[in-house]
Design a binder for this molecule. Sequence first.
Ligand code: ADE
Length: 225
Amino acid sequence: MRIDILTVLPELLESPLNHSIIKRAKDKGVAEVHIHNIRDYSTDKHRRVDDYAFSGDAGMVMTIDPIFRAIEKLKSERDYDAIIYTSPDGERYDQTKANGLSLMKNIIILCGHYKGIDHRIREHLITMEISIGDYVLTGGELAAAIIVDSVVRLIPGAMSDETSALTDSFQDGLLAPPVYTRPAEYNGWKVPEVLLSGNPKLIDKWKEEQSIERTRRLRPDLLDE
Ligand code: ADE
């Protein structure tokens, strides 16, 4: 999978996208992540990429031209399955969307900034708008990093234990059961007896019960769905 990210703050993305699973996926060649500075596509002598809002509102708006040129250049090189814009007024992101994106071959993620982007970009170039939650970030970079992380870990070969993404919370619509490791007792705090039984059937049954109980208690909305 190839992910191209368009941003005015490439520095913000360097660290989150160069560690752990994303780094492993890149090293193994199962994912490529390319970060592009939108300013490189500005024809302005000061590399400006924003301008005042026609509505007279405070705050700057990202202009069409550099973004259009960046997207057109990428599209001339390969086909894209989705051109995503990160914005608090996008569709709410969840595991189902992450699963869907992980099946795609090439995607572009455009990070919003300032007061937003000229709406014509959204109308004519963007194919999917994603919000990572009902709160406002300073820019779309952290949202893009979250999307990339959640998608890349689903690509076969990205994780060392390939089955483990399947047992994540939300993957079957339920929260994951609790996990424990050694020692079996610490400070008098004991690991549930069943996990020490060595009986896979009993352990699976316990895990399922725990998942359902935790979902009912902590996220009953998931059961309604
Ligand atoms: N940019 C600013 N806030 C955001 C959010 N909640 N989701 C995605 N992009 C954003």
